[in-house]
Design a protein around this ligand. Structure first.
Ligand SMILES: C[S@@+](CC[C@H](N)C(=O)[O-])C[C@H]1O[C@@H](n2cnc3c(N)ncnc32)[C@H](O)[C@@H]1O
Length: 394
């Protein structure tokens, strides 16, 4: 137990925090008994923005994180300290001080002495794939003019990074296995983004792969002409219009005939089926498909095979089962058309909480009779006809 009162401990934290030139980081987490905190956790660290020391504050709420930068003396640290967090850790260049406030409201303090390095880079480039100050992130509106992620776009930025973390190893593996030819300047890797919207992920793939020295040619398709115009303008502004272009087309009618890699992220309902059908019909070697809303199969789930009514009598469960059935049938169709398929987790977007991604690599394996039988039995059992089945060329 500390000899100090809680208030004295807070004051010691404040004085350590005031020496911002020695500050490494502060973490506030957990909740004191009978107190509510606005955020699950707050992380503070010094960063240099245009050569001026700031305190970057990251507020975490489960999955979402937002950040804000303050001048050191304008940081509401005293307020955070007293706002109900049960644990505080402060690290400085000569050691650390940590506090746990017990259920009775008493402070338990622990101090260490050890040299710690201060990292003032604001982009945490070691853990991030994309520098927030990359001109493309500023151009698409994820970062502000100073190159700092906008709090309102922090989720999108994380989604973009997560997408790259999924794309890159899958792509490298497909190239090493010979499923995709090694890209060269005269034969670049071709990528099509079906339903690209604001093209955050389209530009990210282009910029990131190019930085890795991989020659790419990227096309974004979206039915909206305003998306096409905005995205082509950004490509012009960034001087990359030769290797990335946008078209206003329906996925089902696109003039793009083939690509090594197809992505379709949260394209609405059967637009996802159009995208998968495009992959199968054109022979795309790698497909990353994150479905959005699913109405097609759900709307056909009238005659429920028993004992499944145990689930389907509950609307929310019927909906989830419908989602799973739709995606399982989509994956099975791809499997029967020579793809190796996996369902992996991928964060939802602002348009959808759905967090499933279908990752498919074309291996050309011949269809397996047992798998065909499984598919036939499943659609017979549920009396459904998935939209995708009618879209693929036989
Ligand atoms: C939810 S947004 C997702 C945008 C982007 N892929 C992302 O993940 O940030 C879906 C986009 O798909 C487009 N879209 C929907 N149906 C389409 C279709 N049949 N053909 C082309 N684009 C379509 C919409 O215009 C919209 O921009």
């Amino acid at each position: 137990m500390s000899n100090q009162s809680l208030e004295e401990v807070f004051q010691e934290f404040e004085s350590l925090f005031a020496s911002s030139e020695k500050l490494v980081r502060v973490v506030l987490s957990g909740r004191r008994r009978n107190m509510q905190t606005e955020h699950e956790r707050i992380d503070l660290r010094p960063v240099l923005l245009k050569e001026v020391l700031h305190i970057q504050v990251a507020y975490s709420d489960g999955r979402a994180m937002t950040t804000k930068n303050f001048l050191p003396d304008k940081t509401p640290f005293s307020q955070y300290l007293r706002s109900g967090y049960a644990n505080v850790l402060l690290e400085h260049t000569a050691g650390s001080m940590s506090l746990r406030i017990t259920k009775k409201g008493e402070p338990l303090v622990h101090r260490t002495q050890e040299a710690k390095a201060q990292h003032l880079d604001h982009d945490r480039s070691k853990t991030r794939l994309l520098d927030p100050a990359d001109p493309f992130l500023i151009a698409v509106g994820i970062s502000d003019k100073e190159g700092v992620i906008k709090p309102s776009k922090a989720d999108k930025y994380r989604q973009v990074e997560e997408f790259l973390r999924l794309l890159v190893p899958t792509l490298n593996a497909a190239i090493s296995a010979g499923h995709i030819p090694s890209p060269t300047t005269s034969n670049p890797l071709t990528i099509v983004d079906l339903g690209c919207g604001h093209a955050y992920l389209t530009f990210a793939a282009h910029q990131y792969l190019r930085k890795q020295g991989i020659p790419v040619s990227v096309t974004g398709i979206d039915v909206r002409t305003d998306s096409r115009d905005r995205n082509n303008e950004i490509a012009q502004k960034l001087g990359i219009a030769k290797s990335i272009e946008f078209r206003a087309e329906e996925i089902a009618d696109t003039q793009v005939k083939s690509a090594h890699v197809a992505i379709a992220l949260h394209a609405c309902d059967t637009a996802t089926d159009d995208a998968i059908a495009w992959c199968i019909n054109s022979g795309a070697q790698l497909a990353l498909i994150a479905p959005c809303c699913h109405h097609d199969v759900q709307a056909q789930m009238h005659e429920i095979p028993e004992p499944w009514s145990m689930l389907t009598r509950h609307g929310i469960m019927k909906e989830r089962l419908g989602d799973l059935l739709t995606d399982a049938l989509r994956m099975q169709i791809m499997k029967l058309r020579g793809y190796r398929v996996e369902a992996i987790e991928f964060v939802g977007g602002e348009h959808t909480p759905r967090n499933l991604m279908i990752r498919a690599v074309k291996t050309g394996a011949a269809p397996d009779a047992a798998e065909q039988k499984r598919y036939d039995e499943m659609i017979a059992l549920w009396k459904v006809k998935p939209a995708l089945a009618s879209l693929i060329n036989h």
